[in-house]
Design a protein around this ligand. Structure first.
Ligand SMILES: Cc1cc2nc3c(=O)[nH]c(=O)nc-3n(C[C@H](O)[C@H](O)[C@H](O)COP(=O)(O)OP(=O)(O)OC[C@H]3O[C@@H](n4cnc5c(N)ncnc54)[C@H](O)[C@@H]3O)c2cc1C
Length: 387
């Protein structure tokens, strides 16, 4: 076995995390009672509400672990975990800030220049600046090393970007895209060389954002086309040529959070309420099976949050959480359908029927986004020295 095993120390109980959890629950109960949002499935993709994001920012619940000098609250990963878990469980509208808070901000903290950090991080923490991930291309998803979007320096030191990114979640609402580009010609002998990350302001001339609709008709995805877009030279993120290394570190960050098994939690909650009402033995048994899996997943995910607090980068267990977690999300739908006779419809007056329809229509994405399950299993196998 490799040095990185799947064994992680248990997460210590955190009083501070439980305290902030209670605060978030009170806040969400008040917001629900005031009707500022209604519960939906998969809201970290589709629940866009910039005003709600700003409210979280005002309470110090965005950029929670970042240093105060950049607008953060210097709290622990465990405290952040409690906040994100409660927001997801309530099906709250968190999509506007989700990527910036989870991944782009930490990426900037790690690789950004001082000027980039000071300019952008406080705005993310305030819930005023949103980001999109610009990695995938029409012919490059799992095989990210084959990207073709090009970036060349002009005589003034600017970057000139040409190409297209696809499946860019919420690009139409975002301010920046951290864009993976080729800054040197592809070299078949060194496939991971010659790529860089660029901070692209999406309001620049030459950028076109075209909607791609999903099964429920919703507009979350886009194709982003770059036509000789001139990006100032100081918007390189990190090192020129280190794009592959930076991207893989960024992906490890995004794979272990509770969003990888709680996207469909509102469906589980509605199912539990139905089973409590009916007492149906098949429903009780299904709920038991699902709850056991959920609790085990949560323990692993929490242990990763605690490991992050210790400064470790547990990317192999993180890949495992995403694989097993998204499989759980899909299995939940099948269990509910098998046990309860409820018509799934987005217009259903029955919360269970509506949650079921939402979960089903979003289901194709769970095991794809952030790296497909086949790719994740390959990462786990390699980490364990099995390939
Ligand atoms: C909801 C959602 C949101 C997304 N948001 C973004 C975003 O904001 N930004 C962004 O850049 N991208 C985004 N993506 C894109 C996502 O990262 C890609 O869809 C994913 O990486 C897979 O790439 P692909 O779609 O090109 O599929 P492909 O890579 O073509 O894969 C097709 C199938 O082949 C399998 N496969 C491919 N290679 C291998 C291999 N080596 N071994 C075994 N099996 C393999 C895959 O597992 C998959 O089943 C999003 C996707 C979804 C569904």
């Amino acid at each position: 076995m490799s040095t990185q095993s799947l064994t992680l120390a248990p997460a210590p109980r955190s009083e501070a995390a439980e305290q902030v959890r209670a605060e978030v629950r009170d806040f969400l109960a008040a917001e629900l009672a005031a009707g500022t949002f209604t519960t939906h499935v998969d809201t970290w993709l589709s629940g866009v509400d910039p005003a709600f994001s700003r409210k979280l920012g005002e309470r110090g619940w965005l950029g929670m672990t970042w240093p105060r000098e950049y607008g953060g609250a210097q709290r622990t990963a465990m405290e952040r975990y409690a906040v994100t878990e409660e927001l997801l469980a309530a099906g709250a509208p968190v999509a506007a800030h989700w990527i910036a808070d989870r991944q782009s901000g930490p990426n900037l903290l790690r690789y950004g220049t001082e000027a980039q950090r000071r300019e952008i991080l406080p705005r993310i923490a305030a819930g005023e600046c949103f980001f999109v991930i610009g990695m995938s291309e029409p012919d490059s998803g799992s095989d990210l090393a084959s990207i073709r979007t090009r970036d060349v320096r002009d005589a003034d030191g600017n970057w000139v970007v040409t190409g297209a990114k696809v499946w860019t979640s919420n690009a139409h609402l975002s301010h920046y895209a951290i864009t993976l580009v080729r800054t040197a010609p592809a070299d078949p002998a060194h496939r991971h060389a010659g790529m860089s990350q660029l901070l692209v302001d999406l309001s620049l001339p030459g950028i076109t954002v075209n909607p791609i609709r999903i099964l429920d008709g919703g507009h979350h995805f886009n194709e982003v086309v770059f036509d000789d877009v001139v990006v100032p030279g100081d918007m390189l993120l990190g090192e020129e040529g280190a794009g592959w290394h930076q991207v893989t570190a960024e992906l490890a960050f995004e794979r272990s959070g509770p969003e990888r098994f709680l996207s469909t939690y509102p469906l589980l909650a509605a199912f539990a309420r139905r089973v409590a009402d009916t007492g149906d033995p098949a429903g009780v048994a299904a709920l038991g099976r699902l709850s056991a899996r959920l609790l085990a997943l949560r323990q692993l995910s929490l242990r990763i949050a605690a490991a992050l607090d210790r400064g470790e980068l547990p990317d192999i267990p993180a890949a495992l959480v995403k694989d097993v977690g998204t499989t759980f999300e899909a299995d939940l739908i099948d269990e509910v359908r098998r046990v309860v006779d409820v018509p799934a419809s987005l217009d259903s007056p029955d919360p269970l029927g509506r949650a079921l329809a939402e979960a089903q229509l979003h289901a194709p994405g769970y095991t794809l986004r952030g790296g497909t399950n086949e790719i994740l299993r390959g990462i786990v196998a390699r980490g364990l020295g099995l390939r």
